[in-house]
Design a protein around this ligand. Structure first.
Ligand code: HEM
Length: 267
């Protein structure tokens, strides 16, 4: 993870074949060669890019799997998002010019991170000095484990916390005081997730694009009965949904053409 992708990028760069949108491009073209110690800078860059990969993949995958689970279990949320997307995009696929115009999709991203945060017990921190918090004495050097899951399921802050309800974050006349954004999902203090803005944007564009073109519905068993996923998770440092069945199908023939057209454009 640290060496193979970077060495590949380096070889392509040497052959002038590295695409502009490669994350290593500016480092190889500029940052490393202009450093006073290029060998050390290359080591730093290799490590930083591998760090982004390590921290940004499982977390995003966990969030997207929770998204498919939530859409299977909460069809009304899905329909509401599709209504918003259709009214803004009028039959085309969303892009980042729609970022401010799809507030409900933003609340779905937030609710996924609140409902089942990818990193439920955070990365362990250490207290830099003696401290007292909530009546507890915390000596310098203690390991502090923040229970992100509990913070984001506190019924005093999030009404009916087990329910997937994105509208809790939207201000409206029926909801004049929206519930707070689930920032805790990204950790705390100086070590807060540095990829959180990228993560939100990646999740937003993926969710908006999937919902623009596809319906996510409950699968059926052999007798034609809907299968309701139990919504179970693997619990560990990361949490992610256990495999479950659902059906993902284009919303119409037109939507199918839209997706195939986008694939053709990209290839
Ligand atoms: C849904 C997506 C993501 C979630 C839920 C998430 C969550 C977290 C959490 C809880 C931490 C620990 C913060 C702490 O110690 O207090 C963290 C750290 C970190 N994240 Fe993310 N992350 C996500 C996506 C990403 C992405 C896309 C990247 C980069 C491309 C990234 C890069 C990092 C890095 C480098 C750290 C370590 C920061 C440090 O220790 O100083 N993360 N993330």
């Amino acid at each position: 993870m640290v060496h193979v992708p970077f060495t590949l990028a380096k070889n392509l760069h040497d052959a002038s074949e590295l695409p502009d949108d490669c994350a290593a491009k500016a480092f190889l073209a500029d940052v490393i060669p202009s450093s006073s110690d290029p060998a050390y800078m290359e080591y730093v860059v290799r490590s930083a890019l591998a760090g982004a990969y390590a921290a940004g993949t499982d977390t995003t995958v966990s969030a997207l799997q929770s998204f498919f689970l939530a859409m299977t279990l909460y069809p009304d949320v899905q329909k509401e998002a599709q209504r918003e997307i259709d009214s803004v995009c009028h039959g085309r696929l969303p892009d980042f010019s729609d970022y401010e115009s799809l507030p409900y999709v933003h609340t779905i991203v937030k609710e996924i991170l609140r409902w089942n945060p990818a990193v439920p017990l955070n990365i362990v921190h250490t207290s830099a000095q003696d401290d007292v918090y909530g009546g507890y004495y915390i000596p310098k050097g203690s390991l502090v484990v923040a229970n992100i899951w509990a913070i984001l399921h506190d019924p005093a802050v999030y009404a009916d916390p087990e329910s997937f309800r994105p509208s809790r974050f939207l201000r409206s006349h029926t909801n004049p005081t929206p519930e707070p954004d689930p920032d805790a999902a990204y950790g705390f203090g100086r070590r807060i997730c540095v990829g959180r803005h990228l993560a939100h944007e990646m999740l937003w564009i993926t969710i908006a694009s999937v919902l623009a073109a596809f319906d996510i519905v409950k699968a059926k068993d052999d007798a034609g009965r809907e299968i309701v996923p139990p919504g179970e998770y693997y619990h560990g440092f990361m949490q992610l949904p256990k495999p479950f069945r659902c059906e993902i199908r284009p919303r119409s023939v037109e939507h199918e053409k839209l997706v195939l057209g986008a694939v053709d454009k990209d290839s």
